[in-house]
Design a protein around this ligand. Structure first.
Ligand code: MOS
Length: 737
């Protein structure tokens, strides 16, 4: 049945991307555009006392310098509906609250002029003592008041965890830490701002959410949201960092208003570390209790993470522990430490990535304590229903994932004792972990419109953050319409199109995808109706049910010779618009079903015990993601997540200098991410199943699932190779020697 949904068709935007025809936020040609560069603070806390711009002003091509002293004053924005919004720093006062905070904007004719002028601005500060480490800032402990999502509360309990632990025959308790991590999409945060008169604003923004950007900018600049248009036809990665709207977007608009010209502003790579979010550092304590037979009796998971001094973001690391295993007694807590850093934010599988690292390492440690196979231990505690609420899973094929993954990896050949597999100087280890990420969906709309040439145009406001949205939407529409994908054109990334949510939380396919499918399905019926009610059509007089649309042709079901092409229909209706619109919202399915994507990951490492060098040599992942819309882009999403899991396990960390209070490796040379040589053959398999409850198209979301579990699979493999347990990420050689 499904002809166009599922196959590994090439990205429909691939050619535009590799030929450079795809334009990113500061690449759109706008007449008379000027270039802006941010000046950011070099201290972590204090005040700006003076900014001497006299040298900078002499740079040829200089147009304007905005500072806290001269920037236009904005009306304070309301404190209403604060979710997913970050407190911004818009040059409204002289406070410095973190290193890397925007404290000025230089606008000039060229990027080179602006860059040079920015280096010539002399800043004087009145510094104040700062603290950026988790332990030392612990005096500023803070209980989060809002957890971001109602299903990720700061505190969660069931049963009696103290008694469960007391009654356990085997107990473990360990502390796991994960560092600050910086999103490093290839396209930095970037905005082009162009005013049309004093009240109408056009933004080309590198955003994961054009509608969120529009409302935030309108709110802060006192504009009518209808007078702000945000366009994001292409996005060079986001990973959550481009979900919220950050200060530079508003500053670019302010600067453009000052110089009365379009302004392009892109952050430099070092500026990507600080003012645009990061993954919080976490310190997670997990206690597990079990009976000798491997039955879990209790689980406690306490998370300490950073937030900034002026805003709140909770890395919900404990939520996975609340739902993944059938443990009767559980206590989850999250506490935040107010620290002199930029507000942390969503990073691919926020909460779930660091949380499953700690949980899945602890599960491995308990399996060792029980002398049980780690996979068998997980199966022993398999949750048949949601442990958090009395409701079934919408679809859970995790057992299949374990079985398929173990088979493809050859898990049954694993020696139970660590440090037994050797090859010369190298020790070989095998580890595994569970992947899990919640399935979300938000209201979304789409328009499907017949074009004069018989093709169909689909419009939906959503974004393609690099995941393949253009392609899967084209496939969904083609399937619903009975058209070859080449005869469907899909456009996105525009606030003039029907409203859709932020491309975050792995919800784009579920949300915008369902809307696109619905609009295309409605258009199909409308096209058939237009034919059967038209005396000029060979299908005239038939009922809607008598006619089908296949391969661009409307045909009578009982007489396939009788019919006409969409081109013929479109030609006759040249002067009328035939279109259909969808507006879909989730129902009560989140109440009735526990909806998650699942997976099982297996890793092999080789550790050179003399050098402490770790290489991941094999990875296998088997995933339950509901329906796979495109086997190729889906596989890319999963392997991308697994590569990031290797990065989390072995490479990534933003290092802060405590004395300076700022990141010292704020560049791609010293902030390590895996290169091809670090990435082994990655084997990805999907359990083929459609989720019957989650949403109309049966998907569960894939973007964030792959990174969950992956770091633990690698860490557990390192333990199995060496007998050494490292509980702090990244596992660098100094921690192994
Ligand atoms: Mo994702 S971190 O919700 O873009």
């Amino acid at each position: 049945m499904a002809q166009h949904i599922g196959p590994a068709i090439d990205r429909v935007d691939g050619r535009d991307k590799v030929t450079g025809r795809a334009r990113y936020a500061v690449e759109h040609p706008l007449a008379n555009a000027a270039h802006a560069v941010l000046i950011v603070s070099t201290i972590a806390r204090g005040r700006v006392t003076a900014m001497d711009t006299s040298l900078a002003a002499r740079v040829p091509g200089m147009l304007a310098i905005m500072t806290p002293m001269n920037a236009p004053r904005l009306r304070p924005a309301g404190q209403s509906e604060r979710s997913a919004k970050r407190e911004l720093t818009l040059l409204q006062d002289d406070r410095v609250r973190y290193a890397g905070q925007p404290i000025g904007v230089v606008v000039a004719e060229t990027l080179e002029d602006a860059t040079e002028a920015a280096t010539l601005v002399r800043v004087r500060y009145a510094p104040e003592p700062h603290e950026v480490t988790l332990e030392r800032a612990a005096a500023r402990l803070h209980t989060p008041k809002e957890a971001g999502r109602p299903d990720q509360p700061a505190d969660e309990r069931r049963g009696d965890v103290e008694r469960g632990l007391a009654e356990a025959e085997v107990r473990i308790e360990h502390v796991y830490t994960t560092p600050f991590e910086a999103h490093n999409p290839m396209e930095p945060h970037a905005t082009t701002a162009a005013w049309d008169g004093p009240r109408r604003l056009l933004l080309y923004d590198a955003t994961q959410g054009v509608f969120g950007c529009r409302s935030r900018v309108a709110e802060l600049l006192g504009l009518d949201p209808g007078d702000v248009r945000v366009l994001t036809p292409y996005l060079g990665g986001g990973f959550g960092s481009k979900g919220p709207t950050w200060s530079h977007v508003v500053l670019a608009a302010m600067a453009a208003r000052e110089v009365r010209r379009p302004v392009k502003l892109a952050l430099t790579r070092p500026q990507m570390f600080g003012p645009v979010g990061q993954r919080s550092q976490t310190r997670q304590t997990i206690a597990l209790g079990a009976r000798r037979d491997g039955t879990l009796t209790a689980l406690r998971h306490d998370t300490l993470a950073h937030t900034s001094t002026f805003d709140e973001f909770m890395e919900a690391a404990g939520t996975a522990s609340a739902m993944l295993y059938a443990v009767p007694n559980a206590a989850i807590s999250h506490r935040l430490v107010r620290s002199d850093v930029g507000t942390p934010s969503y990073m691919r599988a926020p909460g779930w990535a660091p949380g499953t690292f700690a949980l899945e390492c602890a599960m491995d440690e308990m399996a060792v304590a029980l002398e049980m196979d780690p996979l068998e231990f997980r199966l022993k505690n398999y949750a048949e229903r949601d442990p958090r609420k009395p409701r079934p899973w919408s679809l859970k094929s995790l057992r299949e994932c374990y079985r398929i993954g173990a088979e493809r990896f050859g898990w049954s050949g694993r020696p139970p004792r660590p440090a037994t597999l050797r090859d010369g100087r190298e020790r070989i280890g095998w580890g595994m972990a569970t992947s899990v990420y919640p399935t979300h969906r938000s209201p979304a709309g789409a328009i499907a419109r017949l074009q004069p040439d018989g093709t169909v145009l689909i419009l939906s406001g959503t974004q393609d953050i690099g995941t393949g949205t253009y392609t899967i939407m084209t496939q969904l529409a083609a399937e619903a319409l009975g058209l070859p994908p080449a005869r469907v054109a899909f456009r996105l990334g525009d606030t003039e199109f029907p409203q859709t949510p932020v491309s975050g939380g792995s919800q784009t396919a579920a949300s915008a995808g369902s809307a696109v499918h619905a609009a295309a399905t409605a258009l199909r019926e409308r096209l058939i109706r237009a034919a059967v009610t038209d005396a000029r059509s060979p299908l005239s007089g038939l009922t809607v049910d008598d006619v089908t649309l296949e391969d661009g042709r409307l045909v009578a079901r009982r007489d396939p010779a009788r019919g006409e092409t969409l081109v013929a229909l479109a030609t006759r209706h040249r002067d009328a618009v035939i279109e259909a619109r969808s507006e879909l919202s989730p129902g009560d399915e989140e109440e009735r079903w526990a909806m998650y994507a699942f997976g099982a990951q297996f890793a092999e490492v080789r550790v050179d015990v003399d050098l402490g060098l770790v290489r991941v040599t094999r990875m296998v992942g088997a995933f339950d993601v509901g329906r796979v819309l495109n086997a190729k882009t889906a596989r890319s999403q999963m392997s991308g997540g697994m590569v990031w899991g290797i990065a989390m396990a072995l490479h990534e960390a933003t290092r802060y200098d405590r004395a300076l209070g700022r990141p010292v490796n704020n560049n791609l040379a010293e902030y390590h991410v895996p290169v091809n040589a670090d990435v082994p053959a990655i084997d990805v398999t999907f359990v083929d199943a459609v989720d019957p409850h989650a949403n109309p198209i049966g998907v569960k979301g894939i973007g964030e699932l792959g990174i969950t579990g992956a770091p633990a699979a690698v860490a557990n493999a390192i333990y199995h190779a060496t007998g050494q347990r490292v509980r702090d990420l990244p596992i660098t050689l100094d921690r192994l020697l």
